[in-house]
Design a protein around this ligand. Structure first.
Ligand SMILES: [Zn+2]
Ligand SMILES: [Zn+2]
Length: 274
């Protein structure tokens, strides 16, 4: 895991730290309006942002947008763009929660035409039940114990297979928080992420991102999660860069003060802490 990037490799994949491609407003589970987020982005000197609220889901969750609000959401981004578009580029986006069983529902939303669609996997449907992979620790334990009978490898396999399926649809621009499933594998890791079964899963997933022309997000929100690391881990970022996968930054902000947070640590985010 000690591989480093050559100067040439770094130059092939320039990373824009003044663009934030991932944020939420009150249209889903953010605390502030789209306009407040935009004003904060301007203050912070960002030149491009994508508003990417959680897409509506066909069942109730604490975070997804209400389907009835989807048109108003797009209209509000248009309005704010008209007002502030001379100060920064505002992209109309959505964070898609890819669940293969609801692919037709997602396809209808994708067809509405967006500037930016993030492909994320937050949950897995097992026999009709919705199990979170990046919720709180209790939710993760429930997913592992109830839906996967404690088999961590099986859970990770299903998670990464779902991302691979999302990539293969070719509906998406960006793979969101690629290894967010590690969120609760921090303090008491149940396996080492450099174990070969895990590495193979990641490498296969990166190959598919490359094949289907997705960009990969460096999501800095993980630095404030139990994982204490950005998503994905440095070795995964380097592996993506070596493949020529374009990298974009995302703060996954749910409030204005965290926009662009830690983007200036980009070099550190690509190096192992040891
Ligand atoms: Zn997400
Ligand atoms: Zn998000």
């Amino acid at each position: 895991m000690k591989s480093t990037l050559t100067t040439e490799e770094k130059m092939m994949t320039p990373i824009d730290i003044f663009s934030d491609h991932h944020m939420h407003s009150t249209y889903s589970d953010g605390t502030d309006t789209i306009e407040t987020m935009v004003k904060s982005a301007i203050k912070k000197g960002l030149h491009t942002i994508a508003i990417t609220d959680h897409m509506p889901l066909p069942f109730k969750t604490r975070y997804a947008m209400d389907k009835q609000r989807l048109v108003a959401y797009r209209n509000e981004i248009d309005r704010v763009r008209q007002q502030y578009g001379h100060k920064l580029t505002i992209l109309t986006g959505l964070e898609i929660e890819y669940i293969p069983q609801i692919a037709t529902w997602i396809e209808d939303i994708v067809a509405m035409d967006w500037d930016v669609l993030i492909a994320s996997v937050h949950s897995i449907l097992v026999e009709g039940d919705h199990y979170m992979v990046n919720g709180n620790e209790q939710e993760f334990k429930k997913t592992l114990d109830h839906a996967f009978k404690g088999d961590i490898k099986a859970l990770y396999q299903q998670y990464y297979q779902t991302i691979q399926q999302a990539a293969a649809t070719q509906w998406f621009d960006i793979a969101g928080h690629l290894d967010v499933i590690k969120k609760h594998n921090g303090a008491n890791p149940s396996f080492d992420e450099t174990d070969s079964w895990h590495q193979t899963l990641i490498e296969q997933t990166l190959d598919l991102l490359k094949t289907h022309h997705l960009k990969m997000e460096i999501n800095t929100s993980g630095l404030n999660h139990p994982a204490k690391a950005a998503y994905p881990s440095p070795w995964i970022i380097r592996s993506a860069v070596k493949r020529g996968i374009p990298i974009v930054m995302g703060s996954d902000s749910h409030s204005p003060e965290t926009l662009g947070r830690y983007f200036d640590r980009i070099n550190g985010l690509m190096e192992n802490p040891e």
